[in-house]
Design a protein around this ligand. Structure first.
Ligand SMILES: Nc1ncnc2c1ncn2[C@@H]1O[C@H](COP(=O)(O)OP(=O)(O)O)[C@@H](O)[C@H]1O
Ligand SMILES: [Mg+2]
Length: 346
């Protein structure tokens, strides 16, 4: 198998009493986009700063293109950076901002720079914007300029730290597709930090799910969604209930309830339905939400809270049943489980 371009090996980093990273390993192949996903404070930025060379790990190593890079200064690493707050220089034009990204590239003539700036502006769909000032651009346009600036010196690795979190939802959804398109077009190797699970699934080839300075699972979006290995990873994606179950014959029969559950069934709202076949769960209909494409039901029973999905056409019928006892069903064959002990306590 091809050697990864980026290899982070068992990296730890402590700030005072905070163990920001605890033996984190991560790899990224050439042309691959890896998302680092986790809640605020879990160590994502610290990991990215170590890859960029702004922090030195206490333990562990970083390799770039097979070469030891743990102690290499940032400007020698060939990395491009995009942050949440685009941080363009306000007194410079768009073109000057992008050209600033070329300051370490030697031997470029004025004409080369102008041509390179214009081709980068085309890449980010802002042709002809070179003489504008940042304050004449929308937030989304400014972030596209920041991406062009990061790409200007042709980095071998692009690092993005929550690049879209300052933007509103519809812009975020457009821009993540745009970033993905550019990344594919240029065959860029990229690490993309986000706390948004949908964004991670949308853009990434593989996702590293982080919690409290550790990576709990590293796999394709389908793997982390369909085969979560821990309760934390399972509950990080979508509207999900974890219901204690006893597994009867190997993985074939689920028996809900006590005593002594040996697993937690991962029940995503979209795969629990108010009709059979499947394992029944009976509870009180506490809430319902009309989502446009469907109706989401929230039930409470002795198993805890579970969400189910009903057809959109049934919304009136379900509204009338609010507060009643209802039965919903899940199908064992489409229900992942995680070990009952995988709720890691701190
Ligand atoms: N320079 C620093 N000094 C002290 N604590 C820090 C420093 N950088 C990060 N931390 C702490 O390390 C933990 C991880 O932070 P960070 O990597 O920024 O997380 P994330 O980007 O996932 O929100 C947090 O508890 C944070 O407060
Ligand atoms: Mg951060």
């Amino acid at each position: 198998m091809e050697q990864p371009y980026l290899a982070v090996e068992s990296v730890s980093k402590r700030f005072g009493s905070v163990q920001a990273l605890d033996r984190v390993s991560l790899s990224c192949r050439r042309g691959e986009l890896v998302a680092v996903l986790g809640p605020s404070g879990c160590g994502k930025t610290t990991l990215l700063r170590i890859v960029a060379g702004f922090e030195i790990p206490d333990l562990g190593s970083v390799r770039l293109g097979g070469i030891p890079a743990t102690h290499l200064p940032p400007e020698k690493r060939g990395v491009g950076l995009v942050f949440q707050n685009y941080a363009l220089f306000p007194h410079m034009t768009v073109g000057e901002n992008i050209a600033y990204g070329l300051r370490f590239v030697k031997g470029l003539k004025r004409g080369d720079i102008a041509a390179r700036v214009e081709s980068l502006l085309e890449l980010v769909d802002l042709p002809g914007y070179a003489s504008r000032r940042p304050d004449q651009l929308s937030a989304g346009q400014q972030q596209r300029v920041a991406i062009a600036r990061a790409l200007a010196p042709e980095p071998r690795l692009l690092l993005l730290d929550e690049p879209l979190s300052a933007l509103d939802v519809s812009l975020r959804e457009q821009l993540r597709l745009h970033i993905r398109r550019i990344q594919r077009e240029l065959n860029l190797t990229a690490v993309y930090v986000t706390h948004d699970q949908e964004e991670a699934m949308s853009v990434a080839d593989r996702i590293a799910v982080m919690r409290d300075g550790r990576i709990e699972q590293f796999g394709t979006p389908e793997e982390v969604y369909e085969q979560p290995r821990t309760a934390f990873v399972a509950s990080f994606f979508g509207r999900t209930a974890l219901v204690p179950v006893r597994l009867a014959a190997p993985d074939t029969e689920f028996m809900t309830g006590r005593p002594g559950p040996d697993a937690l069934a991962v029940l995503r709202a979209e795969s629990v339905r108010p009709f059979g076949p499947g394992v029944p769960l009976r509870g009180r209909l506490e809430e319902l939400e009309f989502l446009g494409h469907a109706v989401r039901l929230q039930l409470r029973g002795e198993f805890g809270t579970v969400w189910a999905t009903a057809p959109r056409t049934e919304v009136d019928a379900w509204r009338r049943r609010r507060g009643e006892m209802v039965t919903v069903y899940f199908r064992p064959e489409e229900t992942p489980t995680v070990p009952a002990g995988s709720h890691r306590e701190e």
